[in-house]
Design a protein around this ligand. Structure first.
Ligand code: PGA
Length: 253
């Protein structure tokens, strides 16, 4: 049985005060379930990671980074390594979020290096995949997601795969208020799970958690997570409002 997992991606939002206030509100709102019946993580901007980690140190809420770099140290201006993330108490890192793919130009090859480095450095990667609107309209969803998964996971053993969470986030649903219907989400999640079975084995396919992301809100969370292959949610906008994010966490239970 896969334990539900709800992660909040704060993107480039909050400040030093509001980040800590939001973290504290989550601790009080979700203390009864977080880490017990649902895994919960928040991904604040890098500069607030440490403050957020301190604010939630008593709770079963994990902290993740929104990105990671694959080198360990050295002349990589502006980048952050796995050891730095571990040093400030991070457990997870998003890899290949669609905004990094489409705004910052990250390739599958770069994302694969990040996923691989995260695992080697003891950080749990959340590999994000998803098609653009024009790709869906051209009926290329399966082709795009298959390529992103295959290339994103290239070279990883089944043992290393067990550290990975996948997130299906159709780009047309991110921050747009348009959500994939539960059937649309389930269709792609099932395809991804089948692909993991083909690339690895049935045990890996059965165990890997696949989150849905894209305008997840309190009023659609339960239905999305009620789908057989939807194991949780990666939440952007609604994770910035403590009440909404707590309601989504509660919907996972
Ligand atoms: P959204 O973002 O919930 O605001 O659509 C989801 C994401 O980008 O992870």
């Amino acid at each position: 049985m896969r334990k539900p997992f709800v992660a909040g991606n704060w993107k480039m939002n909050t400040d030093s005060h509001s980040a800590v206030d939001l973290a504290k509100a989550l601790v009080s709102g979700a203390a009864d379930v977080a880490g017990i019946s649902v895994d919960v993580a928040v991904c604040p901007p890098f500069v607030y990671l440490q403050a957020v980690t301190s604010a939630i140190s008593t709770a079963n809420i994990a902290v993740g980074a929104q990105d990671i770099y694959f080198e360990q140290k050295g002349a990589f201006t502006g980048e952050i390594s796995t050891s730095m993330l571990k040093d400030v108490g991070c457990a997870y890192a998003l890899c290949g979020h669609s905004e990094r793919r489409h705004v910052l130009g990250e390739t599958d090859e770069l994302i694969n290096k990040k996923v691989t480095a995260a695992i080697s450095g003891g950080i749990l990667p959340i590999l994000c995949v998803g098609e653009l609107l024009e790709e869906r309209e051209a009926k290329k969803t399966s082709e795009v997601v298959t390529r992103q998964i295959k290339e994103g996971l290239a070279g990883l053993s089944a043992e290393k795969l067990s550290a990975v969470t996948l997130a299906y986030e159709p780009v047309w649903a991110i921050g747009t208020g348009l959500t994939a219907t539960p059937d649309q989400a389930q269709e792609v999640h099932a395809l991804i799970r089948k692909l993991i079975g083909e690339l690895y084995d049935s045990k890996s396919a059965e165990e890997i958690r696949i989150l849905y992301g894209g305008s997840a809100k309190p009023d659609n969370a339960a239905e999305l997570m009620g789908q057989e292959d939807v194991d949780g949610l990666l939440v952007g906008g609604a994770s910035l409002k403590a009440d909404d994010f707590v309601a989504i966490i509660q919907a996972a239970v």
